[in-house]
Design a protein around this ligand. Structure first.
Ligand SMILES: Cc1cc2nc3c(=O)[nH]c(=O)nc-3n(C[C@H](O)[C@H](O)[C@H](O)COP(=O)(O)OP(=O)(O)OC[C@H]3O[C@@H](n4cnc5c(N)ncnc54)[C@H](O)[C@@H]3O)c2cc1C
Length: 330
């Protein structure tokens, strides 16, 4: 009991000192009630500014509390608690993955941010076999999923370019990259989800079970529940990859080639096209692709065009196929 009173006092002090004055701020007793929730993790109040930032750096909506969940049950208890406050409560809840959204999507003005990366209780488990898959926490970074699955010679089928994004964060959007033309976005490569709904229920869903929730949550911008676990389809990881970049000055040829390559049956395993502003010369822009020391190549790439187009492609192969790779990729 004494501990509870102290917890209340701490909350009042912190909220008082933080000087939060927006109209969204709920009553102190509402916030103090959060302190009564039995949790495996904890609420924190010192990292509110960090929870009010994202990659876009355009929006900043400070929450009143950040939940560091120690378990899925923590998330369920918190959401249920807020739900039971009723429709007149202005307390909002937002899941935060790696905070790489651009316009404050993972922020909660005067509400509760759930820091999904703290959810360590859902252990990653790889299931090899005829139809391999991995079970991963919604707060897991894709780079960690890759590292773990590679130990089994496996990898997810569809990716984002940048891998320091969370499973729940990209599955709430789409997850698009150069494999999308073949496998669909990441949300098309999920077998099952565990979700904490807006009522605080923990529900398992898939295309067969609670399918409405499954399809709503995938690409649902976090509005249909919080993804606490995802079952992601895997395939054998390529042993070797041939990486090719082709530069275009002309938009029409660039898009025609890209359309031809993604519609043909046996082409590349990854195809992505992008537009680039040529500020400092092609070789400076793409040092990793073209060797600036090579004078023959350097002359080929001289252009005063300010906008360039690039197709990036990869072809997967095994070491024993190395000899025929030249023909295949030509
Ligand atoms: C440098 C960079 C590179 C990128 N590259 C790509 C790319 O190649 N392909 C691509 O498709 N996208 C890309 N993105 C966009 C990226 O997919 C989105 O910004 C994504 O939201 C970031 O994931 P996050 O884990 O940081 O999520 P956050 O930004 O933290 O959250 C995004 C949204 O998802 C919700 N959310 C987060 N976790 C959960 C959860 N567990 N359950 C339910 N909802 C949740 C949040 O509330 C919020 O609405 C890139 C972004 C950056 C900054």
């Amino acid at each position: 009991m004494k501990q509870l009173v102290l917890q209340y006092l701490k909350l009042f002090l912190l909220l008082g000192l933080s000087g939060v004055t927006t109209e969204h701020v709920p009553k102190y007793d509402v916030l103090a009630s959060l302190g009564t929730l039995p949790l495996d993790g904890h609420f924190s109040f010192h990292d509110l500014p960090a929870a009010a930032r994202d990659f876009g750096n355009l929006s900043s909506f400070p929450p009143v509390a950040v939940l560091h969940p120690g378990s899925v049950a923590d998330i369920a208890r918190t959401v249920r608690h807020v739900f039971l406050m009723g429709e007149h409560s202005t307390l909002t809840v937002a899941a935060r993955g790696h905070g790489h959204s651009l316009y404050g999507q993972s922020q909660a003005a005067g509400g509760i941010v759930i820091r999904m990366e703290s959810l360590q209780s859902v252990k990653m488990q790889v299931h090899p076999g005829a139809s391999p898959y991995v079970d991963a926490s919604g707060g897991e970074l894709w780079i960690n999923v890759l590292k773990k699955t590679l130990k089994y010679g496996l990898a997810p089928k569809s990716w984002t370019d940048y891998l320091h994004l969370t499973v729940g964060g990209t599955l709430s959007n789409a997850g698009v990259s150069g494999q999308t033309f073949r496998h669909g976005p990441q949300i098309s490569n999920v077998n099952e989800l565990e979700i904490v709904t807006g009522r605080g229920d923990i529900i398992t869903c898939s295309p067969e079970q609670n399918s409405d929730l499954f399809h709503a949550a995938l690409g649902g911008l976090g509005q249909f529940g919080i993804i606490t676990r995802a079952r992601i389809a895997l395939e054998p990881a390529p042993q070797m990859v041939r990486w090719i970049r082709v530069l275009y000055l002309d938009f029409v040829s660039f898009t025609e080639d890209q359309e031809m390559l993604i519609s043909a049956e046996k082409t590349f395993d990854y195809i992505e096209g992008f537009v680039s502003i040529n500020r400092t010369g092609i070789l400076n822009n793409w040092r990793s692709s073209f060797n600036p020391q090579d004078p023959e190549r350097a002359s080929q790439f001289e252009t005063d065009r300010k906008v360039l187009f690039c197709l990036e492609m990869t072809k997967n192969f095994n070491p024993e196929e190395a000899d025929i790779m030249e023909q295949v990729s030509q």
